[in-house]
Design a protein around this ligand. Structure first.
Ligand code: SF4
Ligand code: SF4
Length: 187
């Protein structure tokens, strides 16, 4: 099986790009939780309403779940047969169909920062090690941006829970969330 997951754009020059010959199927293993910017980019890129590609899960973190009429929830990408619905298979080759606007966690995987240094996650599923030096500059920028987008999302959820709570629906939350992202991008 070959997975063209493209955590990085095709201009990445490396003779050692693990996704090209991957047999570990990270896109099948994980539930992909998303933040406000992820949903905004996917909605714009797919020209779809968030409801069409989002699944709701019971909140993982009870102090930060979204309070809506539907319950205390978190947002993730829909799956089909326990696989991200944006993963496409053609003749045993797997491809991310939303590569240009996929969620931050997909772009980050399998990297993280530890004590200011780029490292691979100890639990990573990749079949071989990544060349950290080659990806350091790109991933440091991305991980910083991703962290700031999750902070923005956490603040937005606290704001919503404090002001609206269980009185309003998920659809109303999604509109509130996308409006907040739009305002942040234009300010
Ligand atoms: S497990 Fe690693 S190598 Fe395989 S597709 Fe995911 S990121 Fe790429
Ligand atoms: S959005 Fe793309 S990279 Fe992320 S899990 Fe789905 S198929 Fe994989």
């Amino acid at each position: 099986m070959t997975l063209i997951s493209n955590n990085f754009d095709s201009s990445t020059k490396t003779g050692k790009f693990p996704c090209v010959s991957c047999h570990t199927e990270c896109c099948k293993e994980y539930v992909i939780f998303v933040n406000a910017h992820d949903v905004h980019r996917l909605s714009k890129g797919l020209e779809m309403s968030p409801e069409t590609f989002l699944e709701i899960y019971g909140a993982k973190d009870f102090s930060l779940g979204i309070k809506v009429k539907e319950g205390l929830i978190d947002l993730a990408l829909k799956q089909q047969n326990s696989t991200c619905e944006f993963l496409e298979e053609t003749k045993d080759v797997f491809r991310c169909t939303v590569n240009d606007f996929k969620p931050g966690v997909c772009k980050s995987y399998p990297f993280e920062m530890k004590n200011g240094k780029l490292t691979q996650m100890s639990s990573m599923m990749c079949p071989v090690d990544w060349d950290l030096l080659e990806f350091e500059k790109m991933m440091k920028i991305h991980l910083k941006k991703d962290e700031s987008e999750w902070k923005f999302y956490d603040a937005l959820v606290k704001d919503w829970n404090g002001n609206h709570g269980v009185k309003k629906s998920l659809s109303e939350f999604l509109k509130f969330m996308l409006d907040k992202v739009e305002s942040s991008l234009t300010s």
